[in-house]
Design a protein around this ligand. Structure first.
Ligand SMILES: [Cu+2]
Length: 156
């Protein structure tokens, strides 16, 4: 192998290593094989997520950045495997867990969560997107889920 080829190959290896490092850090956006950066907030002071629908690809590294758009309300973001029945159960357990736990209980259906945020705070959650299907996310601060603070993550 001559020197030119060898130097080109080490350049390729370096570029691959840098790409892997970037992926590991959760960088990059969009779908495909890369990671997904999903941004979500609230509808101002309203007890609603905006947007209420998120998308990801199974196995993809997902970073959710949740900005509490309210100045007055505390909110969290809890992703649950299942629909309304599972979300309601997690919401009930969250109320029991209490504010010290950020109203986030231990439940096998919880995929990931962003901790309880005060007004205008931002938090993140990083996880590998689960198997294809529909998942419910909700805020478990008492009274918020029943008021409609929920949404859907669709994994394809
Ligand atoms: Cu809330």
């Amino acid at each position: 192998m001559n020197l030119k080829v060898r130097s080109w190959l080490s350049g390729v290896a370096l570029a691959s290593a840098l790409t892997l490092a970037a992926c590991g850090g959760g960088g990059g956006g969009g779908g495909g094989g890369g990671g997904a950066n999903l941004n979500i907030s609230t509808a101002g002071e309203g007890l609603q997520f905006a947007p209420a629908a998120l998308n990801a690809t199974a196995g993809q590294q997902v970073k959710v950045t949740f900005k509490n758009g309210s100045a007055a309300q505390k909110h969290n973001w809890v992703l649950v495997k299942g629909g309304d029945a599972e979300a309601q159960k997690v919401d009930d357990e969250g109320a029991t867990a209490g504010e010290a736990a950020g109203y986030i209980p231990t439940d096998p259906n919880i995929v990931s969560s962003v901790k309880l945020l005060g007004g205008a705070e931002t938090g993140t959650a990083e996880f590998a997107a689960p198997a294809a299907g529909t998942y419910t996310f909700l805020c478990t601060f008492p009274g918020h889920y029943v008021a409609g603070m929920k949404g859907t993550l669709t994994v394809k």
